[in-house]
Design a protein around this ligand. Structure first.
Ligand code: SPQ
Length: 426
């Protein structure tokens, strides 16, 4: 893929459905009693992996044109033993949430994914699940896929999560639906709360008090009509592009602005970005809005602490904004980036360095001295969708053309990314 530098970007776009919400709509729909209708589903490879896994668990799922999905849920106890491995592809969310759900079933299953999934740590989910009574075994002392889950009777737990992770929290909430007794989870910092919000729409009994999440088992979940908003993590590329490419104005319609996901808006606004959020409404407990960005002079900042889980997936493209800003940006407390689809501290530093950015890797993040001229380069995606899209955005600012190797990775979360970019590119 060749990316040409851009003189300005202008237009109105939408981005595909939220990945986290799309996964959850299928998973919760499968264990509700009856038909869950999902509009605006993300037809990205990760969410399609979730659909395939639930088909193997005996759930009939229709995928219709116009991003509509029908999930014929069979109730909390209606899943059937799969004849085949539950293959989760590149999706950490599918893998970890399935571990939680499979732990309390009356059958055994095997969960496996691609080469990247086989490297990602699962102990963070398996350790507390074992405390609930789960029987899970796998490579590297029960840490890595392929993993065998032998369904067991589970007990509720009180558990303080050592890291702020929505995937760990959601896996434990799924297990809590099958447990004898209540479960109390405490997060160190707030991570995305789509599971809590959506499970309550389905009739679960989850109460949230700051960092405490209390789940009491219920006898049944009820099917829902879920409308998935656009993914702010996908909008992020165009938010940054509209701010850093001169003379630009981009409106992204219908984007989810759940406060656990909007760290990128807070950080870029504090860097001087002109971002206008309008037309706010609520769909299935989730706030949604239109976002307009106009070219801005950005200044460097420090990003650390409680905001990190609110922008963790956006750090690669925030690093691009920092490269275009004047002054120094320091990103700390982001060691979780090392265990994503790639080691995103290393891959961001390697790729932005190729474009002439003054960027240095640290133990828990990176330091970027912005404002240096950006040069065209031959970028590599490392099969990581967020790295592929971040390099495409920095390439817009370069003095000459760039190439990106491994662009198919964008299909994990944003099919049509390059077409959307082209529609704005003048
Ligand atoms: O699903 P996967 O592969 O883990 O996807 C990523 C991403 O960049 O799209 C992370 F690599 O998003 C995670 C996110 O980082 C999706 C997610 C969720 O839907 O619950 C939660 C976050 O992960 P974690 O480890 O902090 O729980």
């Amino acid at each position: 893929m060749i990316i040409h530098p851009s003189k300005f970007l202008k237009g109105e776009i939408t981005v595909p459905g939220d990945k986290s919400i799309s996964h959850r709509a299928v998973i919760f729909g499968a264990i509700a009693n009856g038909l869950t209708e999902v509009d605006g589903f993300l037809m990205g490879e990760d969410c399609l992996s979730t659909i395939e896994c639930f088909r193997k668990l005996g759930i009939s799922i229709e995928v219709r044109p116009d991003n509509k999905v029908y999930v014929y849920g069979k109730g909390l106890y209606g899943l059937k033993a799969p004849d085949d491995i539950l293959y989760t592809g590149n999706s950490g969310t599918t893998t970890r949430l399935l571990l939680g759900l499979m732990a309390g079933q009356s059958f055994a299953s095997i969960i496996d994914g691609d080469a990247s999934i086989r490297k990602r740590p699962m102990k963070r989910v398996i350790t507390p699940l074992k405390r609930m009574g789960a029987d899970i075994s796998g490579q590297d002392h029960d840490n890595l896929a392929p993993l065998t889950v032998k369904g067991q009777l589970l007990q509720g737990i009180n558990y303080k999560l050592p890291i702020a992770s929505a995937q760990v929290k959601s896996a434990l909430l799924l297990a809590s639906l099958y447990a004898d007794g209540d479960t109390l989870l405490t997060e160190p910092e707030k991570s995305r709360d789509h599971s809590e919000l959506m499970l309550n729409c389905f009739g679960a009994n989850i109460r949230v008090n700051n960092l405490d999440i209390h789940s009491s088992p219920v006898s049944e979940l009820y099917p829902q009509h879920i409308t998935v908003p656009g993914d702010i993590s996908s909008a992020a590329y165009f938010i940054v592009a509209g701010l850093i490419v001169p003379n630009s104005e981009i409106t992204i319609k219908n984007v989810g602005i759940n406060p656990t996901r909007t760290g990128i808006i807070d950080v870029l606004t504090s860097m001087g970005g002109k971002i206008n959020v309008s037309n706010i409404r609520v769909l299935n407990n989730e706030p949604v809005a239109d976002i307009t960005v106009t070219s801005s002079s950005l200044t460097g900042t420090t990003i650390e602490g409680a905001i990190i889980p609110r922008l963790i997936d956006e750090i690669p493209v925030i690093a691009v904004a920092a490269a275009a800003a004047s002054g120094t940006t320091v990103i700390k407390d982001a060691q979780e980036l090392k265990v994503k689809e790639s080691n995103r501290i290393q891959t961001v530093v390697m790729e932005l360095s190729k474009a002439g950015v003054d960027i240095q890797e640290t133990d828990d993040g990176m330091i970027i001295k912005g404002g240096k001229p950006i040069t065209g380069a031959h970028f590599e995606s490392y099969n990581d969708h967020r790295i592929a899209m971040s390099t495409a955005i920095i390439a817009l600012m370069a003095g000459s053309n760039s190439t990106i190797n491994g662009i198919d990775a964008v299909n994990i979360s944003f099919p049509g990314f390059f077409e959307t970019l082209k529609s704005l590119h003048k």
